[in-house]
Design a protein around this ligand. Sequence first.
Ligand code: FE2
Ligand code: FE2
Length: 169
Amino acid sequence: MKANVLKALNEQWNAEYYSAYLYMAMSAYAEQAGFKGAANWLFEQAREEAAHAEHIYEHILERGGTPAFSDIKSPPVKYKNLKDVFAKVAEHEKRVTGMIDAIANLAQDERDHATYNFIMWFVDEQIEEVADAEDLLGKVTLIGDNPGALLSLDATLAQRKFKNPFHKD
Ligand SMILES: [Fe+2]
Ligand SMILES: [Fe+2]
């Protein structure tokens, strides 16, 4: 693997752990604000991000690259309300989409077909991530301060259970 591709993949797997950290911080906020369902959704989202990190890490090793471990910066822990949380989830996922697209561009430039093919899974994944985040943001925006509707949304979010697509067990 070329050094610039390896560097980009290393930055990305560390960035996926930052995403996990960010969603755990949001989950803690939601839990303490009394939204146990939203806390569950965000916690499962954090687990999903950790699985993304592991998947890239494994790909680096498989290609004979050396994984780099960077400091994971601490995420924001203060949020105004659930709408603020989901607005920030959507914003963050759009940023991640830009990072994934940049890796796809680099892989194309370097004619690294293996990395290009590998990163395409993440390109697809980001479509879903942004769509889901925007869907939830739309819902909390519509709900506003209606407590009944908020609790019903929270009950729906309690159902989410992450299943690691990279592991068969
Ligand atoms: Fe991710
Ligand atoms: Fe994500």
